[in-house]
Design a protein around this ligand. Structure first.
Ligand SMILES: Cc1ncc(COP(=O)(O)O)c(C=O)c1O
Length: 391
């Protein structure tokens, strides 16, 4: 009998895969870098071009499309559209938020060794404005909750950290982090770029205050769109100095003399939105929502379990935790020469990536058990380039 984490070879996942032409001659295992291009997303980009050709400057239509996207993303994470800002990147979302915080009473921002570099850069750049950045320390390939607990206190304004680590696939326990942060009246921001689109996400149930993510990875959109969720009670208290006309109560008031923030998370928006990317993102999120995050989550976890079993059976060095609760869609394997290994796999039509000298394999709803067996088979052919558990 298949276990709970066995990949589900259902017809829905197979139909989903057929919408991604790259699978005709490649095995794509690099959604952690960029999601594959689906036909509906390609069609949406053409639709944008047609709207431009046909109407010249259909900004009303384009702004409407942004509102549709806002609502789609809100539904995906169990939030309201008024709680979502549409930004250009996770970095711009973080910078807008950082510009709204007052570090005079609570200067401390706690992030971690496992965060994407931009998280460190954004908060370190705030040190000139009084912020004090501290890093929760990793222990090997894990980041224990106690590392955060050791730093979070009543000087802490914000715990800003990743959901899934981009360089080893370790997954933080968000609900537990929220409890620890809130016990000191600190806020919690989760960077869900390496998980969003591969498992259910409910910002209310998890009790997070802020969440940021972008569309280009597992949400299967193009670069140029990201989101910032803000807990509704916090919105009015936060006034970003990183501002602009799209963050105003009435965007089209054209009033240069007054600053009047929108009474919604979109006060964190600045200038003209990235319309082509919005078209792509909207079609991509529709694909994800139609598939359903529950079904995607079961599928991805099953594939990851299959891959991990294959790695263990071969005695290879696994850098990702084995237990399902502590990992996401990314599985990492040690390598003796990761760039060569990735090039060797690419030569066989298997597309993976390198981080920190190791091999990154990421799984999505469009991947199959055959993809997993194919990459394991390829590793068998390049064992000299793979690190072994005993090394
Ligand atoms: C976890 C995580 N956060 C943030 C980023 C950077 O996001 P952006 O380029 O949208 O600022 C990345 C990019 O790979 C990432 O993996």
């Amino acid at each position: 009998m298949p276990s709970k984490h066995e990949p589900v070879a259902d017809g829905k996942a197979a139909a989903f895969r057929r919408q991604f032409p790259i699978f005709k001659d490649k095995i794509y295992l690099s959604s952690c870098s960029q999601g594959a291009l689906g036909r509906p997303v390609e069609a949406a980009l053409h639709e944008f071009i047609e709207s431009w050709h046909t109407y010249g400057n259909p900004w009303e239509l384009w702004v409407e499309r942004m509102e549709t996207l806002r609502a789609q993303f809100a539904r995906l994470i169990n939030a309201q559209p008024t709680e979502i800002a549409v930004t250009y990147s996770v970095s711009t979302a973080l910078n807008s938020l950082a510009s709204a915080l007052d570090y005079s009473v609570r200067p401390k921002v706690v992030t971690s060794d496992f965060d994407f570099p931009t998280m460190g850069h954004v908060w370190l750049a705030q040190e000139r404005r009084g912020a004090q950045v501290e890093f929760a320390r990793a222990e090997g390939h894990r980041l224990p909750l106690t590392s955060y607990e050791a730093l979070i206190d009543r000087q802490t304004a914000l715990v800003a950290t990743t959901h899934v680590c981009y360089k080893n696939g370790f997954k933080n326990n968000v609900a537990a982090l929220a409890e620890v942060a809130h016990a000191s009246d600190a806020h919690l921001l989760i960077d869900a770029f390496q998980s969003m689109g591969t498992e259910p996400m409910d910002v209310k149930a998890l009790d997070v205050d802020f969440l940021c993510t972008g569309t280009l990875k597992y949400l299967l959109g193009a670069p140029g769109v990201a989101f910032l969720y803000i807990r509704p009670e916090l919105i009015e208290r936060l006034q970003p100095s990183d501002s602009g006309w799209f963050g105003q109560a009435n965007v089209f008031a054209y009033d240069v003399h007054h600053l009047e923030f929108a009474n919604a998370a979109r006060r964190f928006e600045t200038g003209s939105p990235p319309v082509p990317n919005i078209y792509a993102a909207s079609a991509a999120i529709e694909l994800i929502a139609d598939a359903g995050l529950d079904a995607i989550g079961r599928h991805v976890h099953g594939l990851a379990a299959l891959l991990i079993r294959g790695i263990r059976e071969r005695g290879l060095r696994l850098l990702t935790p084995e237990e399902p609760a502590a990992r996401g869609p990314l599985v990492m394997i040690g390598s003796t020469d990761a760039p060569r290994l990735v090039a060797a796999l690419a030569a066989e039509g298997i597309l993976c990536s390198v981080r920190d000298g190791s091999l990154r394999i990421s799984l999505h709803y469009y991947n199959t058990a055959e993809d997993v067996q194919a990459v394991l088979g390829a590793l068998d052919r390049h064992l000299d380039l793979v690190a072994h558990a005993r090394d």
